[in-house]
Design a protein around this ligand. Structure first.
Ligand SMILES: [Zn+2]
Length: 341
């Protein structure tokens, strides 16, 4: 049941034929409904305001591991992995990711299979199974993801940047998790990862931190009924968002030069500045201006000069790793051997 159909005005382009409605369910879950009579597929996305910054100390990767476990099975649909199977068998795809402050789950599927797909999806957030069996298997899955990341220069550079930031800031931590942080170390301290996982879910996943978007070919009233029926039972324990303690880089972490040997051949120069998050000034978009100016490739640009000198083969500039509390602006230059020397 919706608390109120707060008919907030949603601004849309005149050519946009879709209808939109924002509702808030009685459990405080905020939902955006989108009706598109031309849609040949339906989709839903749930964004939960809990991410790796919420990981308890000594259990690095727990939020990411929970993302894996929710996908697996629920009390209503206990057959393992049946959600993913159902979606792919009905012409759809599904994915999820865990970032520092959020975990996002989403799927699309053929219109005639949407109602059941949505019911399976809603059950992640109502009664997930999180069986002991699946626990070990999924810790292994998280570990093999990390093994793959270890071979990627981009992942290695990201972790190095975290490592070079303030130790008392959650940005410093290892966020994806592996066999060591989720199995070996907790065991050594007498902890059972599955009980910690269930505790983490119960203490953090709350309807008031969730935002749902549902997109279908049905009318807004029909989608609203469907959403109210399927999502009203998500528990609300009125949690607040985790707020990190400001910028992760203090003066000790700035003005430093680090040299690393990449896995792939080639040279890259990365220059990173901590900046105020652009989202706080989204209307003005200061990082986009800077990104265009520094990343410009025409005559007289930085890249043009480096290329003419035979020093660089690529240059990109822009904001990355941003959230509401801190952000970075990065310039990355692909250097030639001459540019490196
Ligand atoms: Zn994963």
């Amino acid at each position: 049941m919706a608390v109120g159909k707060e008919e907030v005005e949603i601004f849309k382009a005149r050519s946009d034929k879709r209808d939109y409605r924002r509702i808030v369910l009685r459990n405080s879950l905020e939902v955006l409904l989108i009706s598109d009579s031309d849609a040949d597929k339906c989709a839903a996305s749930m964004d939960v305001g809990v991410g790796s910054f919420n990981d308890p100390d000594g259990l690095e990767g727990l939020a990411h591991f929970l993302e894996h476990m929710l996908f697996y099975a629920s009390e209503k649909y206990p057959v393992e992995d049946s959600y993913s199977k159902y979606i792919t068998e009905h012409g759809g795809s599904t994915n999820a990711f865990t970032s520092s402050e959020r975990t996002n789950y989403h799927f699309d599927v053929n219109t005639d299979a949407f109602e059941e797909a949505l019911d399976r999806f809603a059950q992640f957030f109502i009664k997930p199974l999180m069986s002991a069996d699946a626990t070990t298997r999924e810790i292994k899955a998280v570990d093999s993801e990390n093994q793959k990341n270890l071979l990627s220069d981009a992942w290695r550079m990201n972790q190095l940047q975290k490592h070079l930031s303030s130790e008392d800031h959650p940005f410093h931590k290892f966020s994806t998790g592996n066999w060591d942080t989720l199995e070996v170390q907790p065991k050594n301290r007498g902890l059972d990862t599955r009980s910690e996982l269930i505790k983490f879910y119960e203490e953090n996943y709350s309807a008031n931190l969730m935002r749902l978007v549902v997109y279908t070919n049905e009318s807004l009233d029909k989608i609203q009924n469907l959403v109210e029926e399927k999502f009203s039972d998500i528990r609300n324990i009125d949690r607040s968002y985790f707020r990190p303690p400001g910028q992760p880089c203090k003066s000790d972490h700035l003005q430093i030069l680090v040299k690393t040997v990449p896995i792939k051949q080639g040279h890259k120069l990365r220059i990173v500045w901590p900046v105020t998050p652009e989202i706080l000034y989204y209307a003005e978009g200061p990082c986009r201006y800077l990104g265009h100016l520094i990343g410009h490739e025409g005559e007289g640009s930085l890249y043009y000069i480096l290329k003419t000198l035979g020093w660089a083969t690529g240059l990109s500039a822009g904001e990355s790793d941003w959230n509401l509390d801190f952000s970075f602006f990065k310039v990355v230059i692909d250097l030639t051997d001459a540019g490196h020397g």
